[in-house]
Design a protein around this ligand. Structure first.
Ligand code: CAA
Length: 698
């Protein structure tokens, strides 16, 4: 008998207790243990079997680490069939999260009881697969087709109450899973309850599956798994028998298992968890953090303050004068109103957050007792230095002084204080109470416990925190600047901004780069271009000016109603701005460029090659520690499609030698922009991948 499943007899009931921390994933030893447990219970003449999990949860799913490896018997679908076929009464008692294969084991049990706090779900589509152990066949039989389609295609978790209502579980009871499970099994035995196999229940009636398939495919923006899962549910209704439906589920499961999207999504799952686990932070205590201050209450500062308030921190917001403070308070209240409307906070919490946890101030003295200050003032080195000099005077010893700069040199900022070890960059993304990414920018002299506190803050704000080194733009904005430039070059050479946006949204980005510029405000890019030109651009760098002309005409994108696109009242109805093509054509003529045709495929290839090449430089220079740090930055801050895993996972999948060959070919036309990253050349020469680097670093 395997250690992963403990076998115990309590009267007529054989108790199988899973013991595979942390989440009782259904790895080989667990599957073997369950099978052996059922067999032993039958051989020993037990009348019922209780299955439950020790520790924090019932089975949270198949063991994702086994995916992609040769499967070893007993397979989960066979195990589920074996459990269901048992002549004994099989009961599962659920607590924690019964997800994926976990819920499938529960559904192959004959009865299910759960504690009120338990959650159940079939989240497989988020991993690029579908429930592959009968979930698509059994769930519609107990909950109906509509509910099954909703749960399987969304992957959402539901609580006990909803699961009870839908018939996914039979009973909800307070208590320990072992105790409530034993009592329920005994009650069923005492009442002579029949063995009740879901697979033997009649197939539910079919719906218009083609229509559902189309709708789900469209909603997933190119993600395959939810749509393919619809076909599996269809088989539950239309196949000749339960077994035929199971066979169809298996075929579709294997189809998805072999996709690149499955690889990308599983990479995202593990990287999301690995990204904030840094070896150097092991055992380092973060500094205490209860009260923070934010300087500047514009969109960014107000967003940061909102996120901190929602995380239970006390926030002092410093503005220049009373009017600005009142406007900032209005912004924060507006953000919190949104949280109130969505049911994230109650009216009482809203009052407490705005009246007690938030303090508005106009005098630096108000910051003397806070544990951490985040500066979110105008993006200008001199202005930032003024702020940090003042903070250096008023803040208590040990207070952390953070800048929310998006590209300025944090070392230079730190150097103007007497305590550079307390200075760090905390780069939020707008709107900061919504966007998940936080770049923790570590300067040369930042103390290690200050870094740990940055990550601690990120965790408390429920952000995905990524460690970044100091350079122009850190990880994300530096890479963005490069692929955005590649897009500008393609526009000069003959592609239109609208074609590029279309090609990149078809690739899976939520928005194309030009629509994003309109959203962020074209004045931002304009300021960056002006700064770069003032600093002196390399004469070999291609520059373009048509976007400047748009700005000179007062068109800054969505906020002025016109940019690359013309916006209607609701900002949703956008159509290409015809003036843009006129400006582009004028610039091409001026530069003597004869425009050529670009295919969507070429656009994607070039755009992605620029992104990957810069990302490889960022990793090679140590600005990002690991390729996965870049991947998570692009996923959580830049709308990169999760199912492609991130730019460097995507690069591994399409093949590094081909990408490098592309870059070298592009370099024949522009060898300044297309300088291959040394790390990319090295990996190709050694026949290795970016993921190999991730593995070495973990
Ligand atoms: N397999 C392997 N490892 C898993 C795992 C799984 N199914 N689920 C979680 N883990 C690991 C995590 O990687 C993490 O490991 P580290 O500590 O080494 O980083 C650890 O368990 C704890 O996980 P979290 O940090 O995520 O803990 P949490 O409490 O925040 O969340 C959870 C727990 C809700 C279970 C969450 O981990 C989760 O959503 N897991 C995935 C659940 C899932 O997708 N199940 C379906 C699997 S696919 C399937 O079952 C296919 C099938 O039909 C046959």
């Amino acid at each position: 008998m395997s250690d992963a499943i403990n076998y115990e007899r309590v009267g007529d009931i054989a108790v199988l207790a899973a013991n595979n921390p942390p989440v009782n994933a259904l790895g080989l030893a667990v599957r073997q243990g369950l099978q052996a447990g059922i067999e032993r219970a039958e051989a020993e003449g037990a009348k019922a079997v209780l299955i439950y999990g020790t520790g924090r949860t019932y089975f949270a799913g198949a063991d994702i680490r086994e995916f992609g490896k040769p499967p070893r018997a007993p397979w989960l679908p066979d195990l589920c069939a074996r459990i269901e076929a048992s002549p004994l009464l099989v009961v599962s008692a659920l607590h924690g999260t019964a997800l994926g294969g976990g819920l499938e084991v529960a559904l192959s049990s004959h009865y299910r009881i759960a504690v009120p706090s338990a959650k159940v779900g079939l989240p497989e589509v988020h991993l690029g697969i579908l429930p592959g152990a009968g979930g698509t066949q059994r769930l519609p039989r107990v909950a109906g087709v509509e509910a099954a389609l909703d749960l399987i295609t969304s992957g959402r978790h539901i609580g006990s109450a909803e699961a009870l209502k839908l018939g996914v579980i039979d009973k909800v009871e307070e208590g320990e899973p072992r105790e409530i499970g034993l009592a329920y099994a005994q009650e069923l035995l005492d009442s002579g309850a029949p063995r009740r196999a879901v697979g033997e229940m009649p197939a539910p009636a079919a719906v218009d599956f083609d229509a559902v398939y189309d709708k789900v495919l469209k909603k997933g923006r190119g993600q395959l798994s939810p749509a393919v899962a619809v076909r599996a549910v269809q088989a539950a209704c239309e196949a000749e028998s339960f077994e035929a439906g199971m066979k169809r589920e298996r075929e579709l499961f294997m189809e998805l298992m072999n996709t690149d999207q499955r690889q990308g999504l599983i990479h995202a799952f593990f990287s999301e968890r690995a990204v904030s686990k840094l070896p150097e932070l092991k055992g380092i205590e973060p500094r205490p953090l209860e009260a923070i201050a934010v300087i500047g209450g514009g969109t960014m500062g107000a967003g940061i303050a909102t996120a901190a308030l929602l995380a239970g921190l006390n926030v002092t917001l410093l503005e220049m004068n009373d009017d600005a403070a009142a406007a900032a308070k209005g912004r924060i209240e507006g953000n919190l109103q949104g949280a109130l409307k969505r049911g994230k906070i109650s009216a009482e919490q809203f009052d407490a957050l705005t009246n007690q946890a938030l303090t508005m101030a106009t005098d630096y003295e108000a910051l003397s007792e806070v544990d951490l200050v985040i500066e979110a003032v105008f993006e200008d080195m001199e202005v930032k230095k003024q702020v940090f000099k003042k903070l250096d005077i008023v803040c208590k010893p040990g207070a952390i002084l953070a800048s929310n700069t998006s590209y300025l040199d944090v070392n230079e900022i730190a150097a103007c204080t007497s305590r550079p070890e307390d200075v760090i960059g905390l780069h939020f993304f707008s709107p900061a109470h919504v966007m998940k990414l936080l770049e923790v920018v570590v300067a040369d002299r930042t103390a290690i416990d200050v870094v740990a506190t940055g990550f601690d803050l990120g965790k408390r704000l429920r952000k995905i925190s990524v460690r970044a080194g100091v350079c122009d733009g850190f990880i994300g904005n530096r890479i963005l600047a490069t692929y955005r430039t590649a897009a500008d070059h393609m526009v000069l050479d003959g592609a239109s901004p609208f074609q590029i946006d279309k090609a990149m949204t078809a690739f899976g980005f939520a928005m194309g780069p030009f629509a994003v510029s309109d959203l962020a405000g074209l004045d931002i890019g304009w300021a960056v271009r002006k700064r770069k030109r003032a600093e002196g651009m390399d004469p070999r760098a291609r520059d373009s000016s048509y976007a400047d002309k748009l700005c000179e005409g007062g068109n800054f994108g969505q906020k002025t109603g016109k940019g690359y696109y013309v916006y209607g009242e609701d900002k949703r109805s956008a159509s290409p701005n015809p003036e843009v093509m006129e400006l582009i054509e004028a610039e091409r003529a001026e530069k003597g460029i004869t425009p050529r045709e670009f295919s969507d495929e070429e656009i994607v290839r070039k755009y992605m090659a620029a992104m990957v090449n810069e990302a490889a430089k960022v990793v090679g220079e140590g600005i990002a520690r690991r390729p996965l740090d870049v991947d998570m930055t692009l996923l959580f801050g830049y709308g990169f499609p999760r199912y492609n895993g991130g730019p460097l996972k995507w690069a591994d999948i399409v093949g590094l030698p081909d990408l490098l060959a592309d870059i070298k070919r592009y370099a024949e036309e522009d060898d300044y922009f297309w300088q291959p990253a040394p790390l990319l050349e090295q990996l190709v020469a050694e026949g290795r991948t970016f993921d190999d680097l991730n593995k070495e670093a973990s």
